[in-house]
Write a protein that binds this ligand. Structure first.
Ligand code: CO8
Length: 238
């Protein structure tokens, strides 16, 4: 996830948990080369379009930032924190051919994860507008619980990346309260609750857009990875 309008997001040159705006700027220009999938397309329902427009409106005063989404995970991680992932991406370009960021793994619009995320930096909060398509079916007519888990993981993950850079999910606990109808639009609302050293604790609620139905609630723990060690080194040393 890339944080647009990075000037003013963290303050010029200011560090927040190891991420600097300078690296955000570099990351901004670098990631702009990739296709952004978090933009309206013909599969978006009127509800999705209305909600998207409402959030775009709230971006105007800088309170919220629209977060683009790409098909490569490396493009979602900011600046310096992304260096190792980026070199991993370049070094393994051949082997990586065909790999895709999981929620961006389908080219046909509307059949899978249709979503757009918005970040509220001062509240350390990430909201995702999610419209599950027919290929995410679990029980007939409803989204598979794994797809709900995926969108929750990505939303809280984006929030954790905002405060801690390169992170991995250590724990994700979900209570499913009401099934999500395919083609409906739900709001995935996550926030950082606490940071303890390398540990980022978050919570998340998935609700219908009228707020009347709670579909799921979750807590998550993300661990900030050691920035001096590449992801590849970490994986091979385990
Ligand atoms: C675009 C962006 C969206 C991305 C969203 C998608 C994210 C993902 O899908 S990530 C994939 C799923 N996750 C994984 O595969 C992670 C697998 N696990 C690991 O690699 C490692 O266990 C990892 C990196 C999480 C932590 O390992 P490591 O860095 O060695 O940390 P470690 O020293 O064990 O633990 C650090 C602290 O966290 C705590 N901790 C670690 N794991 C857990 C856990 N599961 N539950 C509770 N506490 C934990 C430890 O107790 C320790 O606490 P303290 O500092 O108080 O002693």
């Amino acid at each position: 996830m890339l944080y647009e309008c990075s000037s003013g997001l963290l303050g010029n040159g200011h560090h927040l948990h190891g991420i600097s705006t300078i690296s955000f700027q570099a990351w901004l220009s670098q990631s702009k080369r990739s296709k952004d999938y978090a933009l309206p397309n013909s599969s978006w329902s009127q509800d999705m379009m209305d909600l998207y427009s409402r959030f775009l409106e709230m971006c105007k005063d800088g309170t919220w930032k629209r977060i683009p989404s790409y098909s490569d995970t490396a493009d979602h991680v900011p600046g310096k924190a992304c260096v190792h992932l980026e070199s991993l991406k370049l070094a393994n370009e051949k082997e990586r051919k065909g790999t895709r960021f999981f929620p961006r793994n389908l080219d046909t619009e509307g059949v899978g994860f249709e979503y757009a995320m918005f970040l509220n930096p001062s509240e350390k909060r990430m909201v995702c507008l999610f419209q599950p398509g027919p290929y995410l079916e679990g029980h007939r007519g409803f989204a598979h619980g794994g797809s709900t888990a995926t969108i929750i993981d990505s939303t809280v993950g984006g929030c954790a990346i905002f405060v801690a850079g390169r992170v991995m999910t250590a724990n994700l606990s979900i209570n499913y309260r009401n099934p999500i109808p395919l083609g409906s639009v739900v709001l995935v609302d996550s926030k950082v609750d606490q940071i303890e050293g390398r540990k980022v604790f978050l919570s998340c609620h998935v609700r219908s857009i009228d707020g009347q139905t709670l579909h799921a609630e979750a807590t998550a723990l993300f661990i900030q990875l050691n920035s001096t060690k590449s992801l590849q080194q970490q994986v091979s040393s385990q």
